[in-house]
Design a protein around this ligand. Structure first.
Ligand SMILES: [Mg+2]
Length: 270
């Protein structure tokens, strides 16, 4: 992975060549630092302001891709007429539509019922352990242990393993890991990558260059479906990331977005 700022010449040339760019960003860890509880997240004024500007800029199609539900990300960013992909690629809200589409809704009914049962079981089991809590996102489930001490974190992982082992083996659900969070997702092979690929194809003619920024393991699914003419950017220090470029942190993301804005508008400063 190359440092994006050091490779700016190459990247800016790619952007310049494309009539429009398709700019998609992950939320947690990319647009805002990761916090102890998802509800406590705050998007910096600087980021909010540059996103607003980018959204008004010609030649940029903007969107956000998160493990959070669409409604949640929308609440924090308050941007209209952008793409929102939520629940790891299961939910999609298009710019001009008010509705959140559920990708492959009829196929997931059975799995949803199972997920509901698991919520009940897990809630009961983790109750005695401080710092461990469950986030029910309807189409997926997150067991958080960021706030737990070492002992309780271990217990949380053990309980999670016990509850999911059998059903995972039978492929009734999928289990994934994030940063201090374990997740149960539907077995359908829907992820951030499949959702982004779908959007990319929709806009390939007008916006042949896709830029995607993400910090976590789940963003790797997106990096995998990107092509050489795209710009994949890992936020953070995971050396195993398949992205072409890296940026250090959220602050660097803001810096990058400003550069893109200046490039597309010809303005000297964002
Ligand atoms: Mg993230």
């Amino acid at each position: 992975m190359k440092d994006l700022f050091k490779s700016w010449k190459t990247v800016s040339a790619k952007i310049k060549k494309s009539t429009s760019i398709f700019l998609l960003l992950d939320f947690d860890g990319t647009l805002c630092p990761i916090v102890n509880h998802p509800d406590l997240v705050e998007v910096d004024r600087d980021i909010k302001s540059i996103l607003k500007k980018l959204n008004r800029t010609k030649g940029i199609i903007l969107g956000f891709v998160s493990g959070r539900p669409v409604a949640d990300v929308k609440k924090h960013l308050k941007l209209k007429d952008v793409y929102y992909v939520g629940n790891h690629g299961l939910e999609l809200k298009k710019p001009k539509s008010r509705k959140v589409e559920i990708l492959s809704e009829n196929k997931i009914k059975k799995s949803l019922k199972l997920l509901k049962d698991i919520v009940g079981i897990l809630r009961k089991k983790i109750k005695p352990y401080e710092g461990v809590w469950l986030e029910d996102k309807k189409y997926s489930l997150s067991l958080h242990y960021r706030m737990a001490d070492k002992k309780n974190a271990l217990i949380a992982k053990r309980i999670f393993g016990e509850v999911t082992h059998e059903i995972e083996k039978k492929k009734l659900v999928r289990v994934t890991k994030g940063k201090k969070v374990l997740e149960i997702r539907l077995p359908q092979n829907q992820n951030k990558g499949t959702a982004v690929l779908k959007l990319k194809k929709m806009h390939l003619k007008e916006a042949p260059v896709l830029i995607y920024l993400g910090d976590d393991v789940t963003d790797e699914d997106v990096f995998e479906v990107m092509s050489k003419r795209d710009v994949s950017i890992h936020i953070g220090t995971n050396k195993k990331s398949k992205a072409m470029y890296k940026l250090k942190n959220v602050k660097a993301v803001a810096g990058f977005l400003k550069k893109v804005y200046c490039l597309q508008t010809g303005e000297a400063d964002a």
